[in-house]
Design a binder for this molecule. Structure first.
Ligand SMILES: [Cu+2]
Length: 91
């Protein structure tokens, strides 16, 4: 029992290391009106592992934070493309 508690404590401390969080900026040139960012945000929010999304219509981009153990940047661009907004990862 004591060992189990020690392990649980260790796991809690180590968790942020296991969960490799990444942030990418997706360029989405086809966003043209106020509804576009809403659609894009909804599509991205359905991708497992995505924790934060900030879509800017003015900059025509989306800043997405995700767990790269659960998803990839390619899955994010696929999600926006499937929603009708092709995107590319900004370098
Ligand atoms: Cu629109």
């Amino acid at each position: 029992m004591r060992k189990l508690i020690a392990f649980a404590a260790l796991a809690a401390v180590a968790a942020p290391v296991w969960a490799a969080t990444r942030t990418v900026t997706l360029s989405i040139p086809s966003m043209h009106c106020a509804m576009c960012p809403v659609t894009v945000k909804e599509a991205l929010s359905k991708v497992p592992g995505v924790s934060k999304i900030a879509v800017s219509l003015a900059k025509k981009d989306a800043v997405v934070t995700f767990n790269d153990r659960k998803t990839t940047a390619a899955a994010l661009t696929k999600a926006t493309r499937d929603a009708g907004y092709p995107s590319t990862v900004e370098p």
